[in-house]
Design a protein. Sequence first.
Length: 279
Amino acid sequence: MGGTELTRLVARLVPEMRRRGPYRPPGADEAASLAVLAEALGRGDAAAAREVGASLGLAATEDGGRLLLASDPGAERAWLVVALRCGVAPGAVVEVPHPNADLDTEHVGLALADRRPGALYLQACAHRGAGAPADAGDRADFPADVAARDDAPFSRVAAGLASRGLAQIQLHGFADRGDVDVVLSPGAAPAGTLLDAVRARLTTAGERVGEDDDPRWADLLGRRNVQGRAAAEAGAAFVHLELSRSLRRDPERREAVADALAGALDDVAGDASGGICWR
């Protein structure tokens, strides 16, 4: 998607995702439609995804053989940004759950999706603080914090895709810490070949990778991440990546990380234990 109108459109949407913006969870009928959307996306059925997306308030834009479905970030149903290659069943999912809150994670995700057009791009369309009451304290009190809420449209679609065995690479951000650039974890899912490949590629790219329960970054491992739990239940691969602020603010390092992640996907392509089957 890099350099296309779709990429530019997604990049323009992200600054509109405000901390105090509107947001509401889906109702029962909308949740059923989200399940239909996940099925269509998993098949690469752009026409069906466009049709059900319209009922969910997702505007459709097509460019260069790709379909972008995007919510209005200023509306209560500020739910989703999805990009897929029309007619191609995806082989993996690139996820950006906290746009604008985790600054510039969308740039890494879009760059990765550009390098691997067989991957589906899935992004939340609201700041993680949107729609929360003024006295919200726990993450579960924030309805748009999709990594902590299984009722969020992002979570419902991700779970549907995980149920098809699709591997997920999920991008987050953290404030700089002196001894680590990237914190890598399988979340609640078991480690596997994709995690190993990501570790190797990022290390070769020169990034300092932290893992396991080291107290310096144990809070960044995403063990309670909703998408990781759904992947674990489905037996799909899940890679939770926390990227330092310095890395995310450096365009060259963002591109190098996208290259590394694309290479890792290639390393496990066709390997069932990686949860990936490119088509």
